[in-house]
Design a protein around this ligand. Structure first.
Ligand code: NAD
Length: 345
């Protein structure tokens, strides 16, 4: 049953490179969902962030944008180019995750009909700790040619991310796999593993097992269908989730949510792919699925299901698809097709 009058303020950060194209494609789909579902009201509030802000504001996430985000219910973010020179601002995504303590990065990975995948039955989610680990970002050159990076792991952040993983498993197939490298990183991954197993005791109906990260990289290729929810530290999770994206059709389909206690930001897993910027060529489905995850987070499951069904229909038909899936359609053709399926459903 559809509730009446559900209003949400959505912060939209189009980003740079291919960001504005894929975000505008996702907005087209959200507008179709809004039309299809009486009572759903999405107010889009646009903000600046990304590479193009650096010259103007001296930072890639201006304080006006942070203030705007803090007044909204959730954020849909496009990819943004991160400058690599030492002394440049950190990645905009990292800044937003830290500012709003978005401690869990949730990256679903599933096979879609008519999209080449290693196995047609893959349906797993990687839940990655999002604020610590090696991406904590503290590095020092202790003497010329000798550098040290800090790997921060705390019990409290590990427990929080573990809880998100178990809650998710409760809604799925009741299986959590803790991925670590405790045989080498005995203290940091010892703390992470300990936290996951402690939280696991609160979820007796969830089967919990563990796999070393190097073995996990192999098993994602060998038997990906055996996993449900994978919980893992920051950098290991980043690497495994790109691998997982590739085994089900590539970055053009991979979406992620950054979840905290009070706020969440959704984005495609891919970056700004500058060489394709402005060409209306890349796949918008990753960003459209990020919008779907955002609707789920807002409690609008019906809207989320509508988006997912429309995406599956379009992929199944296989007539309108971008170059990465072997087609010749444009970014906007795909968005139009998904939006029109939503109106039909
Ligand atoms: P990338 O993901 O931008 O692109 C790598 C390649 O993947 C592209 O050349 C393209 O072949 C393919 N690809 C990416 N998105 C696609 C799509 N939607 N459809 C079809 N093909 C797609 O990775 P990169 O080149 O390593 O990074 C470019 C910039 O993006 C860097 O500055 C990086 O720091 C940044 N980045 C930002 C985010 C973010 O904003 N969250 C994430 C990753 C990378």
């Amino acid at each position: 049953m559809r509730k009446m009058s559900r209003k949400y303020k959505i912060a939209v950060l189009p980003g740079d490179g291919i960001g504005p194209e894929v975000v505008s494609a996702a907005l087209k789909v959200l507008e179709a969902v809004q039309e299809a579902m009486k009572g759903l009201e999405l107010k889009f509030i646009f903000g600046e962030a990304g590479y193009n802000c650096i010259k103007k504001y001296g930072t890639n996430v201006p304080k006006e944008t942070i203030e705007m985000l803090s007044e909204t219910d959730a954020c849909l973010k496009g990819p943004m180019t991160t400058p690599e020179e030492p002394g440049s601002p950190p990645s905009a995504a990292v800044t937003i995750r830290r500012t709003f303590n978005l401690y869990a990065n949730v990256r679903p990975c599933r096979s879609f009909p008519n999209v080449p995948a290693l196995n047609p039955n893959i349906d797993l989610v990687i839940v990655r700790e999002n604020t610590e680990g090696l991406y904590f970002g503290e590095e020092f050159e202790v003497s010329p040619g000798k550098g040290i990076a800090i790997r921060l792991v705390t019990e409290s952040a590990s427990e929080k991310v573990a809880r998100i993983a178990f809650e998710l498993a409760m809604k799925r197939n009741h299986h959590v796999t803790c991925v670590h490298k405790r045989n080498i990183l005995r203290i940091t991954d010892g703390i992470f593993r300990g936290a996951v197993f402690r939280v696991g005791k609160e979820y007796p109906s969830v089967y919990l097992d563990e796999v070393h990260v190097d073995a996990m990289a192999m098993r994602l290729i060998k038997e990906p269908e055996k996993f449900d929810v994978i919980v893992v530290t920051n950098m290991f999770g980043d690497i495994l989730s790109d691998e997982a994206a590739q085994i089900v059709g590539g970055l053009g389909l991979a979406a992620g949510g950054n979840i905290g206690d009070d706020y969440a930001m959704f984005e495609p897993v891919h970056g700004s792919a500058p060489k394709y910027a402005g060409k209306n060529k890349v796949n918008p489905i990753a960003t459209i699925l990020a919008a779907k995850m955002m609707m789920e987070y807002l409690g609008e499951k019906e809207a989320a299901d509508l988006i997912q069904s429309a995406v599956i229909k379009v992929l199944k038909e296989g007539k309108v698809r971008t170059y990465d899936l072997g087609g010749r359609s444009s970014t906007f053709d795909v968005a139009e097709e998904i939006a029109s399926k939503i109106k039909e459903i």
